[in-house]
Structure formats: C-alpha cells, structure tokens
Design a protein. Structure first.
Lengths: 168, 147
C-alpha cells in the first residue's frame, strides 16, 4: 500500500510540517522529490487512511482540559455497534472503542471524555447515559490521576525511522 | 493565548490542506494574513501549547501493532512498577487511573508477536497479570478539543 519513498516522506514530516509559505516544496527539497510528487503522495496516503489526520496536536493541559476520563460499559453484543456509533457522535467524546471483555473485567465498550474538570465530565456523562438510555448498564468511570509517559513516536522499527501516530 | 490563537487551534485540529500554499488557504478562511498565521503557529509550538504540527498516522495500517493494557498495582509497589513499565521502549503512554486496575498503558510494537513478548516480559518483571485490551472496533469521532 506504500513504498519506500512514501515511508521516507512519512518519516520526514512526522515531527512537523515546515512553517513556510510552500511547506510541501520544502519537504520535497529535503527529500529530493518534486513538490507535486509530495502533494500526490500525501493526498494518496491520506485517502488510504495511513494518515489519519493532518493538523495541530494540542497539549490537553495547556488548553485547560485537566480531567480525562475513560468510561467503560458492559454492553450486550447485539447493541454494541449501534451504541458505539451513537456515543461517538457526542461532541465531548474524544475516542470510542470496542475492546474484549476479560475475566474480572466485564466491560467491552470504551469512550474517553476530555473535560475542563471532573464535575463537567460527570455532567456530560450523565447526559450521554440519559440520551442513550444506558444508565442501567454496568459501567465504570476511570479518571486519570497522573500521566507518567506520553510520547508521539510510538514504534521504532530497527531498520526504519520511527513514525508517530495518534492514540490519545 | 488570545482569540486568534483559539481560532487557529480550532480550525487546524481538522484537516490542514495538502496543496501548494496551505497556510494561505487557511489564513484566508480565518481572515488572517499568511505571515501572521505562520508566526502564530510558531509561537504556539515554541511555548508548548501545541505538541506538534503535522500528521497522525494509523499504526495498524502502517504495519504496527497497538494495544491498551492494564495492571493492578499494589499501592506500596506503585513507584517501582511505574519505573519497570516505563522503561520498556514499547510502552508509549502510561496513566494512573482511579480503579482497582490502576495503571493503563499503550504498547506499540512492529508486530503482534513482539506485542505478546512485551506483555510476557512485563508480567515476568513485575509479577503482575497484564490485562490485554486490544481494540476490536473504533467508532469515528471528529477529534476536537475546543480551545
């Protein structure tokens, strides 16, 4: 789905786009690629979904988002798709995933809410639960207490440059 | 951070154009000059409001493996276990959370095989069971934290 030149390009731009009027031309110059080639490759990689998003990555804390909650529900399998799609539509929901249940961990639907404070997050969650009619489902709210480690470049193949991608 | 910075951040959390003069395009949308937009972005990066300005990649489609894992850490072992787990280069994010499962981290590796090896190594070093919660489905959200 992508070739060695794509990979070089992805590795080069991952740390940041140049801040100049023709950023893609600057990228091309660094990689000995034409601006047109850079644009075509990036547009294709975007369409293929290898690039999820291109833009600013903010520090939650700096914007005043100090409460970060992971909410988990125990949802019957037959409802999970509908509920996942529904929950992901709320403006304050930043991530929504289905994950497997485990022994001693009955939850299979996860969402994240980033909010200014815990009270706001809990109020938003209450609204979400009421709107979706899922107050009765078994659930848990896990607020983050401390962040020990957060890095952008997530995996580092031995023979290739490392690439950053989004998780939170 | 003022109103203009907020406008810029909100606008650029969704897609930055891939065309010859993308800053010009965005600046026009916001009623700014291109030079002003570039200067503001530079300042937001310099002062740490923005972590980065660039692409977010799709790990699995890039050929990588990603999972969310959790452990139940006894309170008295918290510092020790944090140090052990954070020392793994495969561990990307690590958060303490308010639950009996009180440590949650992301493991990013090149393959599923390496993911399993990492989990086993963490279990051996910490003596704790690692709950592995890989993503089965992702529901699309328009990522937006309003500035």
């Amino acid at each position: 789905m992508f070739d060695a030149r794509d990979y070089e390009l992805l590795a080069h731009v991952q740390l940041g786009l140049p801040l100049c009027p023709r950023p893609y031309e600057a990228v091309g110059t660094a990689l000995d690629m034409s601006e047109q080639d850079v644009l075509e490759r990036l547009n294709r990689l975007k369409q293929q979904g290898l690039i999820k998003r291109l833009g600013v990555i903010v520090k939650h804390h700096r914007l005043g988002y100090r409460a970060n909650a992971m909410i988990v529900w125990n949802v019957p399998e037959c409802l999970i798709k509908v509920l996942g799609q529904r929950i992901s539509q709320f403006s304050f929901v930043t991530l929504c995933y289905q994950r497997p249940k485990q022994p001693e961990w009955p939850y299979n639907l996860y969402c994240m809410i980033h909010g200014k404070d815990r009270q706001t997050v809990l109020a938003q969650l209450e609204q979400l639960n009421a709107d979706c009619g899922i107050e009765h489902l078994e659930s848990a709210v896990l607020f983050s207490l401390r962040c020990f480690k957060q890095r952008g470049a997530l995996y580092q193949p031995i023979d290739k440059p490392s690439l950053a991608h989004g998780y939170y | 951070m003022d109103t203009i910075d907020r406008l810029i951040i909100n606008q650029l959390q969704s897609d930055f154009p891939i065309c010859e003069t993308p800053y010009q395009v965005v600046a026009e949308r916001l009623g700014l000059t291109e030079a002003c937009l570039i200067e503001r972005l530079q300042a937001l990066l310099d002062n740490g409001t923005l972590t980065r300005f660039g692409p977010l990649y799709h790990a699995e489609r890039m050929g990588g493996a990603l999972t969310l894992a959790a452990v139940k850490v006894p309170t008295e072992r918290f510092a020790e276990v944090t140090a052990l787990i954070n020392a793994f280069p495969e561990v990307a994010h690590n958060y303490a959370r308010s639950h009996e499962l009180n440590m949650w981290f992301v493991i990013a590796t090149e393959s599923l095989d390496q993911q399993q090896k990492t989990i086993t190594a963490i279990e051996q070093q910490t003596g704790l069971r690692v709950y592995n919660m890989p993503k089965l489905n992702e529901y699309f959200v328009g990522l937006k934290l309003e500035a």
